[in-house]
Design a protein around this ligand. Sequence first.
Ligand code: GLU
Length: 333
Amino acid sequence: MLGPKETGNFMAANGKTDIDHERLKKVVEGIAVEIRKATEWGKAADYIPELAKIDTKQFGIAVLTRDGQTIAGGDADTQFSIQSISKVFALAIALKAKGEKVWKRVGKEPSGDPYNSIIDLERHKGFPRNPFINPGALVVVDMLLEDRERDDLPDTVRDFIGDMIGDHAIGIDEDVVKSEHISGFTNKALANLAKSFGNLNHEVDDVMHVYVRQCAVALSCRQLAAAGRFLMLDREDIDDKVSKADAERARRINAVMLTCGQYDGSGDFAYRVGLPAKSGVGGGILAVVPNTATVAVWSPGLDDNGNSLLGTLALERLSQRMDWSIFGAVRRV
Ligand code: GLU
């Protein structure tokens, strides 16, 4: 049997999981080198014309550990639009503001249909299957707009992320915003359909305005890992930014990320990586190792399900080599 030093985690005397940072650094840097040699990089999302222009041969990774250290590799400081990863932050804000009432307007079940499926929304009479498919995210944005004036549409998600990373100079990629306004016919159709079923209270244009801006928030892997820190914290690790209640809600959010976070590839992702995660069509993935770390990877080429091809491979290798699957540490049995 291997001793604790050979595993990614080891249990400290107080029962908390600690991390061998030297080993983690070697693993992260090794993965960055391996991924650079890839021959297959996947295909950038092309239904948003601005994303189609991105050079797919890029890869970044950043791991933020519970004690606040960041270990990074590759293009970890290049910014990309977080796209659907923004839906995790929007859900966190909505749950904090509205509590369990959120689930009266959106479900928490995997959809089994594409994330922008109109037929799925129609089948469920305007009740989206989960907050991470587009209609679900549009309904969550609608909730965030409650009590706001029409002309005071906030960059709520950007502000939340700014608070989390302690830097409010968060950019929004305005070219991506324009591109999505022009190409977002399906999203507008979804918002209209939800409205026709009485599940959207604000004007479609207002909801779209906020949704498109939150998707176009531009972060690097290093920033994204920091923004997701609240998702890994144990109740004992709370601080002025993350309360006990936030940490408790984070468990629920992680559950939805595990079951619904990777479009129609959520089952395959759970099988290969074994971590709660959310991907976006910009090629980013935010993954959570509860009580231990948050990981952000980015590579703009996508697989057939719309998940970053090499980002997923990198997470699979990281999870295996660090024994980070939430389903158990294989090398210790
Ligand atoms: N802004 C994208 C859309 O609405 C987000 C999709 C995604 O990342 O899944 O289509």
